[in-house]
Design a protein around this ligand. Structure first.
Ligand SMILES: Nc1ncnc2c1ncn2[C@@H]1O[C@H](COP(=O)(O)OP(=O)(O)O)[C@@H](O)[C@H]1O
Ligand SMILES: [Mg+2]
Length: 510
């Protein structure tokens, strides 16, 4: 089969950073290339050049053997390249149909021929099993559906090369499996696919070959049949990954959080929490395991003050805070790393520094009589970047220039700087590479070891098992089981996660 894309000896320089240093890769028709590497390795930059968002400083791009200069995404699209970005590029207020045909609508007598467009899209949806409601507004869609729209959009433009930048970072395991099926189908139809991910399981499952990048360089280029996950993670981080973290012996202190019989409704007004009770003490990590969508989000929102419960109490450091708002809870020592960092935790168009101080710019010593002390603020943000290993030349850069993992470190740094008594961490390592996961896990254990409480919610069972002193399993808005560290393994917990079993129930042998 023909070689579809060749990127040869590509270099790209940003002020203070060599994003790509003499990188080469290629992918053929009907082939899937996995592009992997830690956050900041230079993967997105490579693909942004292929999609015409920027041009290489050095090197050559060839499409089907012919050298090309791709100067804009429009040109890339004309050349048959489609890209599903890490952060979706759809227009939220337009319908699915409008988004798909934007700039490429068929016309009849000067009017948009919706019928023809719809027919063409239906065919794509049927062929690739990508169902979406064409009349729905994009902002109403789930993350998985938005991604489907992006893929349909690329196929509607007849992409022969499809780039997906960390598509599974935002998906649930079931959605991920479906996406992988779609990619297999695309491959069988001859599409050339470049698939960026951190997740080695996915790389092993679906790719034909792999390019590993680290700090702008290629550290490995091999066929998937020759690869194993250990070797790949070594190439990614340049050292063995340590997922077992040393921690002080478990000696829980007084309760920092007590959740008493909380009931709450979800966004659609349906019951999401049906009488949840538990506590978090100082010096422990309490992990909430569960399949996503079983009330974890609402639980975090109720504890942090974003969602008003319909019943029950939240006691924080001995005080009933149920009626207090987010800011009041924050100021009394509750920190929160939100689940959706792009939507709630950060402002991508503001500088890293501004994001670091988002919740304290109005406090002393950074602000006196309403005037900000910029020098102090800059010094603080530089120090935080250093301590939390945020990879950037300067904290005056926009947050949006950072990779997902580095953004997450910024949010983490901000929340930790507030010196919290309770840290609420929701999916703290979602979409984050192995190196950054390790550093975030260490920080979480540091919080615990310094005699504070951590409430951790994660869909990654590995993460729950490796960090938690106690594990609560949630299913349909209720706690189904509680385990001490080491008491239960992955398989045992999974049984409770699916609701097949409940502690204290008739069929419980414990
Ligand atoms: N537009 C930009 N301006 C300045 N620096 C950038 C820009 N885009 C990326 N970088 C930097 O280039 C490096 C590689 O980033 P990126 O390609 O996003 O990595 P990855 O996708 O592998 O996480 C990072 O250090 C990042 O901060
Ligand atoms: Mg990236």
């Amino acid at each position: 089969m023909a070689v579809a894309v060749e990127m040869l000896n590509i270099s790209k320089f940003f002020p203070g950073v060599v994003a790509n240093d003499n990188v080469s890769l290629s992918v053929g028709e009907g082939e899937i290339l996995g592009l992997i590497g830690e956050n900041g390795a230079g993967k997105s930059t490579m693909m942004n050049m292929l999609y015409g968002m920027m041009e290489p400083d050095l090197g050559v791009i060839k499409l089907f053997g012919k050298e090309v200069r791709i100067q804009s995404p429009n040109m890339a699209i004309k050349l048959g390249i489609g890209m599903v970005h890490q952060h979706f590029m759809l227009m939220p207020n337009l319908s699915v149909l409008q988004n798909i045909i934007l700039g490429k609508a068929p016309t009849k007598k000067g009017l948009i021929d919706t019928k023809e467009a719809k027919e063409k899209i239906r065919e794509i949806m049927d062929t690739y099993d990508l169902p979406v409601d064409l009349d729905e507004k994009v902002y109403q869609l789930s993350v998985g559906e938005k991604q489907r729209v992006e893929i349909i959009k690329a196929l509607y433009r007849e992409a022969k090369v499809l780039i997906l930048d960390e598509p599974t970072a935002v998906l649930t395991p079931t959605e991920t499996d479906k996406l992988l099926d779609v990619l297999r189908l695309l491959k069988s139809k001859g599409c050339a696919i470049i698939f960026i991910t951190h997740k080695l399981r996915e790389v092993m499952a679906i790719t034909d070959k792999i390019v590993v990048m680290r700090k702008g360089l290629v550290t490995g280029s091999l066929d998937t049949s020759e690869a194993n996950t250990e070797g790949l993670s070594d190439m990614m981080v340049g050292r063995k990954v340590n997922l077992e973290i040393d921690r002080k012996p478990y000696q829980p202190g007084e309760d920092v959080l007590e959740v008493k019989d909380i009931h709450a409704l979800n966004q659609r007004g349906l019951p999401a929490l049906n009488g949840v009770s538990f506590h978090v003490s100082r010096g422990e990590v309490v992990g909430i395991a569960g399949v996503e969508g079983n009330g974890q989000t609402e639980l975090i929102e109720a504890v942090s003050g974003m969602l008003k419960p319909t019943g029950g109490q939240i006691i924080f450091k001995g005080q009933d805070v149920t009626a207090r708002n987010v800011r009041q809870r924050r100021e009394s020592g509750m920190s929160h790393i939100p689940e959706d960092r792009l939507k709630m935790g950060s402002a991508v168009n503001c500088t890293i520094r501004d994001n670091l101080i988002l919740n304290r710019y109005y406090q002393k010593p950074y602000c006196k009589s309403g005037i900000l002390d910029n020098k102090k603020l800059h010094a603080l943000s530089e120090e935080l970047c250093k301590n939390f290993d945020v990879k950037t030349p300067d904290s005056d850069y926009k947050l949006g220039t950072l990779s997902g993992g580095n953004m997450q470190k910024v949010i983490f740094a901000r929340e930790m700087e507030a010196d919290p008594d309770l840290l609420i961490a929701a999916q703290p390592t979602r979409g984050v590479d192995i190196g950054a996961i390790e550093s975030i896990h260490h920080k979480i254990i540091e919080v615990r070891d310094s005699n504070r409480g951590v409430l951790l919610v994660s869909a990654e069972l590995d993460e729950i098992l490796s960090l938690s002193d106690r594990i609560l399993v949630m299913y349909e808005g209720e706690i189904m089981a509680e385990f001490k560290r080491g008491e239960a393994d992955e398989r045992t917990i999974a049984v409770y996660m699916t609701g097949a079993k409940r502690q204290g129930g008739d069929d419980d042998e414990k």
